[in-house]
Unconditional design. Structure first.
Length: 580
């Protein structure tokens, strides 16, 4: 279980930022007022609108007026709505971490809470019209990179920090992340008896990125990764389970106990840290441009939910807006071969920041390096984490045959799947793999798994030749026990267990747009650079919005590592700029 506490920024103490003309005083009376109230939140597939009826100062009825979530998420919607009935305040709801509809649940909670805020006379950010103001540091984007940056900056001293998020909820693509955080030479690895080295980690990243990576960025990342793991665990993050992801030589992907999804857990930890540091977060506030004074960035121009704009001036700006994987037109323009591909990204990953930065002379790098993830569920385009393969699953085609080393890098596995019939494959695993990884329960609750009591039954359900599937699994099991994959070179370390514990499972998968490796050009201080390599004063960036770290291909587990490692470094660098 993990707790999803969705409180809107109308409840946050506005201690971080001064405003020239901005009344954010909250009424002292928290009682719900009778009537009908409406609110909105962001689910997995878009906005969710909820109407709340309050009678005798408590919630009497909740109606979801509009939503575009998958049919698989309806149970989660119903569960949250049921928990809202009878409430007399905003929701603080425990949502089952393996329910399979976490993003939907948080969207529904957000919509209900916005309505309840209005019923208490506490307007949510979407109902506020912020005016011109000032602060020390503005962070653009409230995902893992943005909140890491905000917390790290706040830890350095008494700085006023405002985080701006264009979506109605925080988290961005971090909410979707299931894998973990890569780091080498960590205390947790040592406690588990895992031998690793920063040099081996560096070599894996460079090889996986086809040596298009910027070496200085990779070295800086590798050196700071174990420090960041300790920083997160000091904030009560659970990173005690260490698994293996594609392209890594050893197990170094840190995640919660049992292999639970890292993203929601990380956001819970970081949100608690921002609350502790009294960091102001404004949702439904879209940055539309940068302010500058000559060569220096001096703040941002922001659009309120009603379309009005205001200026927020600051000593430093950190861009943590994520990539552009949901901007399918931009993806197709940069990589025509990806035209028509589905995306695994949240709707806000549209690459807005590139226009603001290039307008001031900032440079971009490697924008054509766009990664597709090999295992997206073929119908609903839901990410099936690489950790399923890391814990033992294999891939077979429609003929029931293996065709690739399942633990090769994402580009190699994706290309191999695209070469199969219908450009898709089946992920095959057994009950042992399912029990080894809590995140698989997510897929079960989303009804994504085909299940057979025998391999023959599974083959029949999957429309795969029975003899071919049973032969493929039998051959793999023999090779696993011998510690040698004669067919595709999967290492003994990567073949963690034989697949022989019924029932058996299959998921139909195909590649989908996952990560954009290119982005803003930055140095090891996270400063945004011009084409000539000089930094733009006062402007920093971290996470998927930047380029150069991953090269031509990102390793599984390096995405979340990137946002927390470089988010933390960006916050520290911006703080030094404010207090030289």
């Amino acid at each position: 279980m993990f707790s999803v506490v969705m409180t809107l920024c109308g409840l946050t103490m506005f201690t971080g930022c001064s405003s020239d003309d901005n009344d954010t005083e909250e009424p002292a009376q928290p009682m719900l007022q009778d009537g009908e109230w409406t609110g909105s939140g962001e689910g997995r597939s878009g906005s969710i609108i909820a109407k709340v009826v309050v009678k005798e100062h408590q919630v009497a009825q909740v109606t979801i007026v509009s939503q575009s979530e998958s049919v698989f998420a309806q149970d989660a919607i119903n569960s949250v709505v049921a928990k809202a009935i009878g409430r007399q305040d905003v929701m603080s709801v425990e949502v089952d971490g393996v329910s399979g509809a976490t993003l939907t649940s948080t969207g529904v909670i957000g919509a209900i809470n916005m309505a309840l805020q209005a019923a208490m006379g506490k307007p949510a950010d979407a109902a506020m019209n912020y005016k011109d103001g000032t602060c020390d540091i503005v962070v653009v984007g409230a995902g893992g990179a943005g909140l890491s940056a905000a917390v790290a900056a706040a830890e350095t001293g008494s700085l006023s920090i405002v985080v701006l998020e264009k979506q109605g909820i925080i988290g961005g693509n971090t909410n979707y992340s299931t894998g973990g955080i890569n780091a080498a030479e960590t205390d947790i690895q040592r406690e588990l008896g895992i031998e690793d080295s920063k040099q081996l980690f560096y070599d894996d990243i460079m090889r996986g990125g086809k040596y298009e990576n910027i070496p200085a960025l990779v070295r800086n990342f590798v050196e700071n990764a174990p420090i960041t793991i300790s920083w997160l665990t000091d904030m009560s993050a659970d990173l005690t389970d260490v698994g293996l992801m594609g392209g890594s030589s050893v197990s170094r992907t840190h995640r919660p106990k049992g292999g639970t999804a890292i993203g929601p857990h990380l956001m819970k930890v970081l949100k608690a840290a921002t609350d502790k540091e009294n960091i102001e977060i404004r949702t439904s506030n879209k940055v539309v441009g940068l302010l500058n004074d000559g060569d220096a960035v001096t703040g941002v121009k922001v659009q309120n939910a009603d379309g009005s704009t205001y200026s927020l001036r600051a000593k430093a700006v950190i861009i943590a807006t994520g990539g552009f994987g949901a901007n399918l037109a931009m993806v197709a323009r940069l990589q025509p071969s990806l035209s028509g591909f589905a995306t695994l990204n949240h709707p806000g990953a549209t690459g807005d920041a590139f226009d603001w930065v290039t307008a001031l002379g900032g440079a971009t790098i490697q924008l054509k390096n766009i990664q597709i993830h090999p295992t997206a569920e073929a119908t609903n385009h839901i990410l099936i984490t690489e950790a399923v393969r890391g814990n033992g699953a294999i891939l077979v085609n429609h003929a029931g045959r293996r065709f690739v080393n399942e633990m090769d890098t994402r580009d190699v596995v994706s290309a191999a799947i695209l070469a199969q019939e219908s450009a898709e494959a089946f992920l095959i695993f057994d009950q042992g793999v399912r029990q080894s990884l809590a995140s698989i329960e997510t897929y079960a609750n989303q009804h994504l798994l085909l299940q057979g009591s025998t391999l023959a039954e599974l083959a029949s359900l999957s429309d795969i030749p029975v003899s071919a599937l049973t032969e493929s699994v039998s051959r793999y099991n023999t090779q696993q026990k011998n510690g040698l994959d004669e067919d595709f070179g999967r290492s003994a370390t990567e073949m963690t267990a034989a697949l022989e514990t019924p029932p058996y499972y299959a998921v139909r998968v195909k590649p989908a747009i996952h990560h954009t490796m290119g982005g803003l050009s930055v140095n090891t201080e996270t400063q945004v650079l011009r084409a000539d390599g000089t930094p733009i004063i006062g402007l920093y960036a971290a996470g998927e919005v930047t380029g150069g770290l991953h090269g031509a291909n990102r390793l599984g587990g390096n995405g979340v590592a990137d946002i927390v490692v470089n988010g933390r470094l960006a916050g520290q660098a911006a703080a030094r700029h404010c207090n030289p």
